[in-house]
Design a protein around this ligand. Structure first.
Ligand code: SF4
Ligand code: SF4
Length: 630
């Protein structure tokens, strides 16, 4: 389908095609049109120089008005704005942690169908935390849940024990010196929420330290502990294969998309949908059966492990793809877990009069005019009953497909390899990280970039990440990827074997061929940045060096959601230089910007790097990696 649209900028041909399809039907309300209608971005807000906190505002910091009406300066204002975003991101990430905790409790009481799939990891984790490992799986899980709950609820004056137990000693010393070893997220967040009210904390240094505390608190509880728990329950990552992009949809089936961030409900729905009784019901309804597809990070979580990946029929895309996935007319139900349920999706379904059911399965996901059925809000104790109801509703929705809607599925899908984590990577390397480290020492690989991203609407959908990753690979830099950027990488062919010859530089090409790995390794969902940190900790322990000395850079080339701030702060706190794009709203505060992009390196060993051009950003990263190796 031809696309003569001059504003539809995306890395994906499938999205372009679907956009043309929608335009041919007269629908002009996708995110491409919304971006256009919004027009130029206000640079006060973009730079963090605007404040709307009290009715005397909004105040805007400018040369002739360097302070807000209350007297706050540009640095305080930008740092306070950033802390608000960080706090929100941490709340969202620890919401996943809370759901995980609830699930663990139910498992320990024998009330949930989930069981332990990786006992070895459970025992390792319990031992690391100093927890008794005698007894049944349920008993050990119960003790882990109690420990984590206590940690979550700790006051700000009670340092998290999990940090001391899991982080390298060299890091703990630095954090102690700075006074940033946090308590549990509930009270850290409470403290931060209080500080950001007008006229309480206006010191950019203290506000910055508070952001770092939130980053460590949410980072260790959500990113690190939650990832480990998911590995224990679903199994640790191991190599899986499949297909990604909108073309995975099959119009002849009842199609269910498990969408969002949290894999609990999706994994049960996908497993149960394969049962004969449901497949038969779908056939009776006129379909060939039922297929379940991953979307965003829920999908990325599920395709990381053979145990859950085997029930998935493909990954449809990243968060900005959702409107176009629905527009195919072939999706019967979106099961919407937290987060990233875009309002534009509901708008499209309503305006185009699609039969597609949007069904929130999380206590926090709500969309205007989309009914909520409280009986299917995820509950680990009745999750199978809930999954059954959701499958039946999807079959009903299939029966209501509009005969007049011209179902359109782009003929585009790409094969991927997924399932990389500490254990599976070590297996590939033959049991030790030596082959990788030797390749770096020999100069075949210049280092590793740990990438997390959502994709944004700012520079075109995914195009920035596409160019950035291409450039890194050309420079012989191995990329580990998480979040919605993984969906982009899968659809654009970065994560299969063909990518070696197509994208990798000579050195990286050789290493990938010997090891039989793609040049971009899928590490999972955005929360799985915890898995990358786990790898960094393991490497620093193996080499007996602080993480800041490793040839590793973190990158978020198209961050969108506020939980990405937690990823970035966690990485920087670990001493890892971290590239972020779009430029965060900090540059309105000159001293605050200097702190984050320069001085932080002296204090923490890691700093933020900003650069709005993907080619130059890759060059900067190459230089930073070279510095680490010298
Ligand atoms: S808190 Fe201060 S800077 Fe913010 S709107 Fe009120 S007066 Fe203006
Ligand atoms: S990577 Fe970003 S957009 Fe994608 S699911 Fe995670 S938070 Fe949402």
């Amino acid at each position: 389908m031809s696309n003569n649209c001059d504003y539809c900028v995306t890395a994906h041909d499938s999205v372009k095609e679907m956009h043309s399809f929608l335009r041919s039907m007269g629908y002009k309300h996708t995110f491409f049109e919304r971006v256009k209608r919004q027009g130029a971005i206000c640079y006060f807000g973009e730079q963090g120089r605007c404040c709307t906190l009290c009715p005397d505002g909004p105040c805007r910091i400018k040369r002739r008005a360097p302070k807000g009406k209350c007297g706050i300066d540009a640095d305080g204002l930008a740092a306070r704005n950033l802390l608000r975003l960080v706090n929100q991101g941490g709340a969202a990430y620890t919401h996943d942690f809370k759901t995980t905790l609830k699930t663990l409790k139910a498992i320990s009481e024998g009330k949930s169908p989930f069981t332990v799939k990786d006992r070895k990891k459970m025992v390792w984790f319990a031992q690391k935390l100093g927890i008794e490992t005698d007894g049944t799986d349920r008993e050990i899980i119960g003790r882990i849940a109690d420990y984590l709950e206590k940690e979550f609820m700790k006051d700000t004056t009670q340092p998290l024990d999990i940090i001391r137990k899991l982080a390298p000693e060299s890091r703990v010393k630095i954090w102690e010196r700075l006074g940033i070893i946090p308590g549990g997220y509930i009270f850290e967040s409470h403290e931060a929420s209080t500080k950001v009210m007008p006229n309480i904390d206006t010191d950019f240094m203290d506000l910055s330290l508070t952001s770092l505390r939130l980053g460590l608190s949410a980072g260790f509880l959500a990113n690190i502990a939650t990832t480990i728990i998911r590995d224990i329950i679903f199994g640790s990552p191991d190599i899986t294969k499949g297909y990604a992009d909108i073309g995975v949809l099959d119009k002849d089936y009842v199609n269910i998309v498990v969408h969002g961030h949290v894999p609990w409900m999706g994994s049960v729905v996908a497993r149960m949908a394969k049962e004969k009784r449901f497949q038969d019901m779908a056939k009776e309804a006129g379909a060939k059966g039922i297929k379940v597809y991953g979307s965003l990070c829920t999908g990325q979580e599920m395709l990381q492990r053979p145990e859950t990946a085997k029930y998935l029929d493909g990954q449809v895309g990243n968060w900005l793809t959702q409107e176009f996935v629905a527009a195919t007319g072939a999706v019967d139900a979106f099961l919407m877990d937290k987060n990233c349920a875009a309002p534009g999706l509901a708008d499209l379904v309503q305006k185009v009069k699609l039969h597609t059911k949007l069904i929130p399965v999380s206590s926090v996901v709500r969309l205007r005019d989309v009914p909520v059925d409280s009986s299917v809000i995820y509950d680990p104790e009745i999750v199978e009953k809930q999954a059954e109801k959701l499958i039946l509703e999807s079959i009903e929705a299939y029966k209501n497909r509009r005969k007049t809607y011209p179902v359109h599925i782009p003929d585009k899908k790409t094969d991927y390899i997924a399932g990389f984590g500490v254990e599976s990577l070590l297996n590939i390397l033959g049991g030790t990280p030596d082959p990788l480290l030797e390749a770096i020492q020999a100069g075949a690989i210049k280092g590793v970039v740990g990438l997390v991203s959502c994709t944004t609407m700012k520079n075109g959908h995914g195009t920035f990440t596409y160019e950035f990753v291409k450039e890194l690979l050309k420079k012989d830099i191995l990329v580990l990827i998480t979040g919605c950027a993984s969906s982009l990488a899968q659809a654009e062919g970065f994560t299969n074997k063909e990518a070696i010859d197509k994208f990798a530089g000579e050195g990286l090409k050789g290493v990938c061929k010997v090891l039989g790995i793609p040049p971009v390794l899928n590490f999972g969902s955005c929360l799985d940045t915890g898995r990358m940190i786990h790898l960094i900790i393991a490497l620093s322990e193996y080499l007996g060096v602080d993480p800041s000395q490793l040839p590793v850079i973190a990158a978020a080339p198209e961050y969108y959601n506020n939980d990405a701030y937690i990823d970035g702060l966690l990485a920087v706190s670990m001493g890892i230089n971290t590239y972020v794009n779009p430029i965060p709203p900090i540059v309105g505060g000159p001293a605050f910007t200097r702190l984050l992009t320069r001085d932080l390196e002296d204090i923490l060993g890691g700093k933020f790097i900003v650069e709005p051009d993907p080619i130059k950003a890759a060059e900067l990263i190459e230089k930073e990696l070279e510095k680490k190796l010298n």
